[in-house]
Design a protein around this ligand. Sequence first.
Ligand SMILES: [Zn+2]
Length: 661
Amino acid sequence: MSVTDEIKARLDIVDVISETVVLKKSGRNYTGFCPFHSNTRTPSFVVFPETQTWRCFGACADGGDMFSFVMKREGYSFKETLEALSKRAGVQLKSATPHQAEQDEQRHKLLELNAAAAAYFHNLLAGSPAATDTRTYLAEREIRPETIATFQLGYALDEWEALKSHFLERGYSAEELLAAGLLVERDDKPGYDRFRNRLIIPIRDTRGRVIGFGARALAADQMPKYLNSPQTVLFDKSNTLYGLDLARKHIRQTDEAVIVEGYMDVIQAHQREARNVVAQMGTALTEQQLKRIAPLANKIILALDADTAGNAATVRSLSVARQTLPKKYRATSTSRGIEVESHIEQEIYIAALPIGQDPDDILKEGLEVWQSLIDQAIPSLDYYETLIINNADLATPQGKSFVVRELVPVYREIKDNVEKTARVQRLARKIGLDERLLLAELKGGQPPSRASNRRRAPTPPPPEHPFPSESPEESSTVAFPDSEPSGLGLEDYCLSLILANPTALATANEVLEKEGVPGLTANDLKRGDNRDIFKALQLWAALETPKIEALVEMVDEVLERRLASLASQWHRRPSPPLEDVNQDLSTAILRLRLQKLNEQLGELKFLLREAEENEDLEHARRYRETIREYSRERKSLHDTRDALSLMGKRRTEANQFGQVV
Ligand SMILES: [Zn+2]
């Protein structure tokens, strides 16, 4: 039995969901208000104990297993959900190798030590006479006691070995304290306390565990103003966003992530109810930080103070960084085959704060004032253009030359040719230069041709297998090009098709969208682990050359076995023609939708029968209405499926005809 199944067997979905949703028993099932869309009148959320599934029959129309519920509720990845639920179920997660087990053990110890250190600093802030000034400072900045508790703010004594002797007395070794970054190394040996006379801000991972500390100077002459934990086994500041553990849920809800510059800004923002706010870690925004936040929201806004926002180098780096965000791909069939065009789906925006104001100053005026500033944020590259143009005297040739010199290299890095050309044309008009001149300048910096972002559809990846060995029961085979065999679910089948043919996803979605049917999304999948694999596949399939190694890096290691089993479906098999795969995937997506609709209809009919038995007329009426609505949708999906299969048949016949001739 897999760990996932073991957890499902030990926990009851009703208990897990009841933690946050008030469920009322209704016949054999439970109903409540859906936690994922605002609804207060009629409970549209149903939990089915028999199948251990949940479903919303309201606006979000989502549903799935225990894992997908917790992932959605907490904004967790599958791995984080697995860790949380396994703890609850008392199921031990196995470490893959002895080396990994050792690492896990070390991490575990350091986490424990960090938690103890956070509590130690927090207690000092609360009770130590030495912390009086710090308490006054926090009071002056209007940080409330409950905020101090939520963020577990603390105080480090103005002594060289206060923390060291405290923890040595409690059985920790100096080496452990050093490994946690709490001591400074001296002559290759653990030395003295790293943090002295500072306000301590514990930094947490997405699961809320303390992984490091930020420390603000309290004396005027103390340098640096902010001191962070060094890089440790747990703490990598380029991969961490401060406050993400608390902000994540709100970022998902608002589909908007606001990044500010300092820890205190986050603390104050949350206190004033701007809860989708996180902070970069004292450095420029890194690619890893962007990747961490990109899956949570489409809109990423940097609220920069006037100085930073006016700094061309910073803004320029953001304009380049936006290239790493996921792109939406559009596939088109041409006489030369399938071609794919990219469009940036996500964007980094910049909101410049008024000179001399920090986020708290604005939030003091009210949440609406803050939000309107955020709403007015400008895409980073537009912002950069304006910054450069405003700094140049366009009346002079030198001014024009300056603009071209600054902007053209940035344009050159834009992968999307349509956007690239459009921007150059617009700039030419703005500064009064010949467009052809600028286009030539654009080409000047790189070898001719090959600069195109249009690319031929890559062939299916070679059968390389950098995966751990798959378990025998998982490696059932697929008979291609017929439909998936029993044993391999439709969800798995779709994923395995995309895995074998990364471009098929864009093409299949395009075909469906043309028929008025939305493309495949993570919400179509019931299993939580499949949702995470699909999200990784989406990003991976959009890469220039989707290599299987890249995919392995994109998924959590806990999903590698599932990935291996999906990949094994195509192992040792000649790759089918791409056209067949595209057709197969669009049909499979349709069948997945039909399957879901049929399940929903089954559930609804069951609910209707119960409501009728209980003479609950209001509910019965509503269920009947929804059944009618879903039946109409099913009819139209059937029509689309028929139309697509007809197209497929014609193509096959045409191919056969071609071969005969
Ligand atoms: Zn809902």
